[in-house]
Design a binder for this molecule. Structure first.
Ligand code: AMP
Ligand code: GLY
Length: 421
């Protein structure tokens, strides 16, 4: 089987590594990949927004299945486009991708099917929103409707902050905005919950917790994710059941009622309050860096699972997991998530001896003349699985220290809630 992977982050390197273990895989292409994926796949430097060019390459090279890592091409309809050319794609169609592409679409679905979520209002202009914000209780959450690369959410502690949030959104910071979402602030513990679905059947695909803030103690600006661990400490059979019956099942039913279905990874961002799950948001893909912690624990053959999914036969495969504790620390370029330097050489990377439970997944890296350079904000993911989160974290930090890359920084406290509290 030949597989193509769209994306260039740590998530896509982890997907590539999981596939590579399968005897079913003959070749992997990454569009465009990174310095890590070059070690196990062919990187193809094509514009992934150009679906036509992409489809030509896929057909020419007889690629059997395309796995889409990030949300943007999914929301823009890559699955529909490639399916029309008879190419099999792992990832939801454009209609189902609205679950991530439009927060208002998802909120309306929650309303219709009684899915537990924060109370909300949708406001069409500054005046309407301000009128509401004058008298509401703080903190309150203001959100831009569409994709905003994790930046369209404002937790506002007072009127001033909320006024400036709606102003930024209506002024077009995240693209043209005809409405803004304002929701109640939920106080609880977050959990990322994943399922994999073939459009007819689905299975749970693990839980995790990420750390979005840039500084230790979960302080500072939001990032794409500074680290993660899996499983979430909140996971239990009883909670899983509630999540499936109160959130996942009604969502999939809601999609059916608009004549579509969900095929791919669905990631529910949840807030757990007194053992009850509330939906904060959906993502129509794996999380990054959650994926890097989950896939190394998969015991079953990943290529078989993906193949079953694109052929609507997921009910015929068993998905087995190791019960180890997996933890990921992201090594970032100094300055991230604001301005940072690119093209800084990373030495020693190939001198690190990895044990079988250690993994380095590349994100923003590129290779030039056998040397590795930084090429993004999040640069490398250090993942370790072991019997205990603390052991995994210590080992990940040991590995990072071996690199000694002066332009990098990372959080030493990933998993503090499960380790230190
Ligand atoms: P999102 O981009 O929707 O994942 O939101 C980013 C982060 O904002 C989430 O991971 C939560 O930490 C926080 N957040 C979003 N909505 C709410 C809410 N209604 N109440 C509390 N925190 C929220
Ligand atoms: N780690 C958060 C995300 O992938 O959206």
């Amino acid at each position: 089987m030949k597989v193509g992977i769209i994306g260039s982050g740590g998530r896509e390197h982890a997907i590539c590594a999981a596939l590579k273990k399968s005897s079913k895989i003959n070749k992997i292409f990454c569009f465009p990949g990174n310095a890590g994926t070059t070690l196990m796949a062919e990187n193809v430097d094509l514009d992934t927004n150009n679906f036509q060019k992409l489809s030509e390459f896929i057909i020419e090279n007889k690629i059997d299945i395309v796995i889409v890592g990030p949300e943007k091409p999914l929301v823009n309809g890559i699955t529909d486009f490639l399916n029309k050319k008879k190419i099999k794609v792992f990832g939801p169609n454009m209609k189902a991708s609205q679950l991530e592409g439009s927060k208002i679409f998802t909120k309306k679905m929650c309303e219709k099917y009684n899915i537990p979520t924060a109370k909300f209002g949708i406001f069409k202009n500054n005046n309407e929103a301000q009128k509401f914000l004058e008298n509401c209780k703080y903190p309150i959450v203001v959100k831009a409707d569409g994709l905003a690369a994790g930046k369209g959410v404002y937790i506002c502690n007072n009127k001033n902050e909320s006024f400036s949030a709606i102003k930024e959104i209506f002024e077009g910071k995240f693209g043209n905005a005809d409405s803004v979402l304002i929701e109640e602030f939920l106080k609880g513990e977050e959990m990322s919950f994943f399922i994999i679905s073939d459009g007819k059947n689905y299975k749970v695909f693990g839980t995790a917790q990420d750390h979005k803030r840039v500084f230790e103690g979960d302080k500072g600006k939001n990032t794409g994710g500074m680290g993660a661990y899996s499983p979430s400490r909140l996971e239990s059979e009883e909670l899983n059941k509630k999540i499936l019956t109160k959130i996942i099942d009604p969502t999939l039913k809601g999609l059916q009622e608009i004549n579509t279905s969900f095929q791919g990874f669905l990631y529910a961002g949840l807030m757990i309050i007194n053992d009850e799950p509330y939906l904060i948001e959906y993502n129509v893909r794996m999380g990054d860096p959650e994926c890097q912690t989950i896939l190394p624990k998969l015991k079953s053959d990943f290529a078989t699972i993906i193949d079953a999914c694109v052929n609507q036969k997921l009910d015929l495969v068993d998905i087995e997991w190791s019960n180890e504790k997996s933890l990921c620390i992201v090594l970032c370029s100094k300055g991230y998530p604001d301005d940072y330097r690119k093209n800084s050489e990373i030495n020693n990377l190939n001198k690190i001896d990895l044990d079988k439970n250690d993994f380095i997944f590349h994100a923003g890296t590129k290779e030039k003349n056998s040397k590795i350079y930084s090429n993004g904000g999040r640069v490398l993911n250090f993942v370790v699985k072991s019997k205990e989160f603390q052991i995994s974290r210590e080992r990940a930090i040991d590995l990072i220290n071996k690199i000694n890359w002066e332009n990098g920084f990372y959080r030493k406290d990933i998993g503090f809630k499960v380790i230190d509290e």
